[in-house]
Structure formats: C-alpha cells, structure tokens
Ligand binder design. Structure first.
Ligand code: SDX
Length: 392
C-alpha cells in the first residue's frame, strides 16, 4: 500500500503528520520518493528531476523540467548587499552558521516570499531559494578559501553550475571530469528527502506558523548542523582520520563506542528508523569505490571505514542494537575525493536536502495544516503554595 498508516486523531498534537512524499521501511531498508525507489532514482535520474518529483509529486516531462530550470536560472542573482553580511563573518565561521544566516537574510531582499498563500506565490518563493541557495553555499566555501565570489554559469546544468561556482579560479583554468559532477548529482539525490527527520520536522513546524519558506529552511539548516544529524558526515571523517593517526586500530575505537562512561559514539552508525542497512549507505559505499578508483585516488580512510564496518557487523554490541552504517558513514569519503573540504560536508547535505525540505513545507502549507503544537507528559511538581524568601 506504500505505507499509508492511519494515525489516531490526537496525532495533530504529537508532531507526527501524514505525508505523501517519502516512504521508509526501517525493517526492510526501503526508501522511496513519491513511490520511486531510491536505487532507481540514484541510478537513472538527475538531481533537478528528483527535486521536481519531490516538490510536485510527479517526474517532470522534458518541457516541465526545462521551464523549472529556466525559472530557477532567472532567479540566480543574489543581492550584492548580501555580500556585506557575508563580509561580517570571520573566515573561520562554520559554513553552516553562515548558510543559515544568509538564508534567513534572503527574506530582507525578497519580502514577497513571506506571505505566500497561493500556489503561484509558493512557486515563486521555491524557485528563488533553489536558485540562490547553491550560490550562498559556494560563497560560504569561497569566503573561507579567500576566493572572489562569483555567480557561476547559467548555461550549465544545475549541479555542474554549482560545482563551477565552488571551484572556479580567478585565473580561469577551471575544468571538471563529468565523473565528478555525476557523483555529486548522485550524492545530492541520496540526501534529497528522508521523511520526518529532525531537520525536516523543524522546517515543518516553523513553517506551520506561516513564518515563510526562507526562515523555515534556515531553522532546518541549524537542526541539520548537529553531529547527531547531518553534522555526522563531518564527524565521521574526523573520527576515521583520528583512527588513522592513532595507528588504524579500529577495535580500540569500537570498544570506546561501547563504554557507557564515554560519550564517544561511532559516528555514521545507527539510525532511529533503519534497524537494517540504510539503503543509501549501500549505494554510497559502492559509489565511493567507483569514484575513488575511476579518479585513481587511494584513500586509506576508506579502508579504515570498511574495516570498522566489517568489525561492527560481527560485534554483538552493534548487532544486538541493530547499529548499521547510515547515510553519513561513507559520504564524506566521496566528498573528499571530489575535492570538497570537510567543513563543507554538512552544507552539501543541506544542498541535497533542500528540495525535500521545500516539498515537505509546501505539502504542509497546501494541506492548510494547523500550527504545530506538540503536547507533553508533565512530570514536575504538583500544586504547592508560595513561600516567602525568609521561609525558604
Ligand atoms: C542522519 O532521522 C533521519 O532520517 C536522519 C537522517 C536523514 O537522512 O535525515 O538519516 C540523517 O542524521 C543519520 C544519523 C547520523 N548520526 C550519526 O551517525 C551519529 C551517531 N549515531 C547515533 O548518535 C544514533 O545512532 C542516532 C542519533 C543516529 C540514533 O539514535 P537513537 O535512535 O536515539 O538511538 P539511541 O540513542 O536510542 O541508541 C540505542 C542504543 C544505545 O545503547 P543502549 O542505551 O541501548 O545500551 O544504541 C547505542 C546507544 O548508546 N548507540 C550507539 C550508536 N548509536 C546508538 N552506540 C555507539 N555508536 C553509535 N553510533
């Protein structure tokens, strides 16, 4: 049935929701966007097609995709004054903090994007943020790298243009192997939506107060930043590097991850929903092998990751708790191979998740859902009388 479940009427107050966008089966390791399997989409579609599918519910015709892309290109200018806000950040600022701030700031330059009630007004806000977010992401990277900011080349595809905005050099000798942009496209598809995860729930609940799309997305970016969520892709590579520096003893780190006294967790392992393999992790692991070998890159960190995974799959602590590699375990290894610095890994997750956040926000608004208002189980003091300070 595609996983339609009936929630009890009280669900409106629990933060759960009904959605027709993404279906997960955590036991069977199934992930589908609008009914299409992630395996097929990762293999046969491109990122902009998948973005259209998630947001509007159907795979686009050639004409629809062309119009969608043209509408996005027409909005790819970011007001020059946004650069003044960017200038205010120290070079050391984490790009996720820069991105959430600049995404919020877009409201000031696009006030019509706030009160969007009609589908047309929503569409205009959607194409604006799909156009400007890649620019802001590239700017956040270039600011740290001390590079001049540019707007890329609208004659290119959506992902190709993003790559050029990131890596174009002032002396102009930019070129890219299509294996790189194909790998990037696949990674973005794999991150595009994932049901009611922490950051998507944040976008929906902030959006449910009709605060507007851009600030709802900014809230989602902040939620994604956490190392227990999207920030894990950066934490995984930092962990693998630490294991490598420490001599590559994966067993020592496995034991550490079991120590209840130690807050250390095996980053990239475990998932609230998947109690079987995360299907995305399987695809990314295969892609990591393909990308590194096709680019002739030997990365010892990939071997450490595989060693860690093998050990965990044979270790009762992990097997009993159904802890398998998740989407973040191998993604950073590919980003590295594509020349993306580690502090940009989570912004790449945000760029991939953007269409999913937008689709979920649009669904919530079109369904005219009430303002989110989760309830609680009160576990505090029962009633008691006030005591003057002398008597405390
Ligand atoms: C993402 O929700 C989504 O869909 C998210 C996401 C998406 O696409 O949006 O899939 C993206 O966020 C993936 C997850 C990335 N985060 C990490 O890789 C960080 C490491 N993982 C863990 O922090 C943890 O597994 C979570 C946060 C992902 C899930 O946490 P849960 O479901 O709350 O699990 P839990 O904390 O209840 O743990 C259950 C048991 C505990 O042991 P016991 O108390 O039963 O003895 O498993 C242990 C935990 O200590 N455990 C781990 C572990 N994850 C859980 N032990 C060691 N290493 C880990 N990674």
């Amino acid at each position: 049935t595609g996983g339609i479940t009936t929630l009890d009427p009280g669900y409106k107050n629990t933060g759960s929701c009904e959605s027709a966008i993404t279906f997960l089966d955590g036991e069977k390791g199934i992930l589908r966007y609008r009914g299409y399997s992630i395996e097929e989409l990762a293999d046969k579609a491109d990122f902009l097609e998948v973005a259209y599918l998630l947001i509007f519910g159907e795979l686009p015709t050639k004409g629809q995709l062309e119009k969608f892309h043209n509408d996005i290109k027409a909005q790819s200018h970011v007001d020059e004054d946004v650069k003044k806000i960017l200038d205010g950040f120290p070079k050391s600022a984490h790009p996720m903090g820069v991105l959430s701030s600049l995404t919020s700031a877009l409201v000031a330059f696009n006030p019509s994007s706030v009160n969007v009630d009609s589908e047309e007004e929503m569409y205009n806000a959607i194409v604006k943020v799909l156009a400007k977010f890649p620019v802001l992401t590239a700017w956040a990277y270039r600011k740290r790298a001390g590079l001049p900011l540019d707007y890329g080349d609208n004659s290119l595809g959506y992902v190709e243009n993003f790559h050029k905005m990131m890596f174009n050099r002032p002396n102009g000798n930019y070129s890219v192997d299509e294996k790189v942009t194909n790998a990037l496209d696949k990674l973005l598809i794999l991150h595009a939506d994932h049901e009611q995860n922490c950051s998507t729930s944040t976008v929906r609940i902030v959006g449910s107060s009709h605060a507007g799309l851009f600030v709802s997305l900014s809230a989602g970016i902040n939620a994604l930043w956490g190392p227990l969520h999207g920030g894990a892709n950066q934490a995984v590579v930092e962990m693998l590097e630490a294991i490598k520096e420490d001599g590559g003893d994966t067993h020592k780190f496995m034991e550490k991850a079991k120590d209840k006294e130690d807050p250390f967790r095996l980053m990239g392992f475990g998932h609230r929903v998947y109690k079987n393999f995360d299907p995305r992790a399987k695809i990314i692991k295969k892609a990591a092998d393909e990308v590194l070998s096709s680019l002739g890159i030997e990365d010892p960190v990939l071997d450490i990751a595989k060693g860690l995974e093998k050990e965990a799959l044979e270790d009762s602590y992990f097997v009993d708790r159904k802890l398998y590699p998740n989407v973040d375990f191998y993604s950073g290894i590919i980003y590295r191979a594509l020349g993306i610095p580690v502090e940009m890994f989570t912004p790449m997750f945000a760029l991939g998740r953007l269409p999913g956040w937008i689709a979920q926000w649009r669904e919530m608004r079109l369904r005219k859902e009430p303002i989110g208002r989760p309830r609680q189980v009160y576990i505090g003091e029962t009633h008691r009388d006030f005591k003057s300070i002398e008597k405390r």
